[in-house]
Ligand binder design. Sequence first.
Ligand code: KG4
Ligand code: ZN
Length: 346
Amino acid sequence: MKVLGIETTCDETSAAVVEQGPPGEPPRLLAQVVLSQVAEHEPFGGVVPELASRSHVRELTAVIERTLADAGCAPEELDGIAVAARPGLIGALLVGVTTAKALAWSWVKPLLAVHHLEAHLEAPALVGEVVQPPYLGVILSGGHTDLYRVEGPDPETGRESRLSLGATLDDAVGEAFDKVASILGLPYPGGPAIERCAKDGDPHAVELPRSLLGPDSLDFSFSGLKTAVLYLWRGQDARGAGPIEGAPRREDICASFQQVVADVLIEKLRRALARTGLSTVVFGGGVTANRTLRSAIEEALGEDVRLVFPPPRFATDNGAMIAVSGLRLLAEGRTSSLDLEPEATP
Ligand code: KG4
Ligand code: ZN
């Protein structure tokens, strides 16, 4: 079985063809194209939704054509068209969903509506790490910071269910990386820039707040951390571009910021594991590309639980993870009608 996956939830235009071999074997990526819009959004320090939609409109057809050509796969050979249908920027989603519907109709193929966050958690299957529920699902991206209890399929509906255990009350963790980078004059996207800058810094040099929201909470808050960096770098009135006189080194701020994020994540993971009794954690989302965070989490928790990270190239948004989810939906017989409408909310 071969499925075409289409991803346009945010600022990556991506398509991929993934093939499912015999039962029990992991899915195989035949081709993938990821077109990043980073350069278009960079002057604004964040994703501009209208620019994202327009860019998807401009590029998606060519991205799909190139993907099919690279895969050596004619449309007739496909068994389904999978598309990320929620959550995301509504205008961006509309481009992918409308295109997928048009292709499914004209090529007479099943349409598969994929949940973008579920797909992030299924990405490790692309390197053979297929995880059976129940597990703790952790999404760390530019739009989400979520802890889920992922349950196995319901015997009646056959559907997997996700129970939300905690989420961010303000900024998502990737958003915090992007905003802190912008405050410090580092390029967009902020995650990779902060990780690079932190390499020359001392993670214990700068005192920054760790917001745990009380002893039992599984929610997150990163906006206080961002504001603390703002005041350190630009002073209490935050007028100039910084650094003010006496500000810590940028490298030390980056390393200390990353350390605080790691500490908070580890504490919340410990709490969630203790509360649920789960012994497997599956990570997804762009922030999991951060090697410093990964190592800190592995060092703190790796001996007690199984930690499953996506390979870095499948950590940020990509069509392959959408196709993997689509293959599962197809196997479960869960196709969608051509009335499918995208939804912005999870
Ligand atoms: O999952 P993703 O590609 O898109 C969303 O669905 O949001 O995640 C993008 C986010 C951005 O905020 C970016 O700064 C962050 O992932 N990111 C990183 C790293 N690489 C990307 N954050 C920290 N360290 C990184 N190496
Ligand atoms: Zn994502």
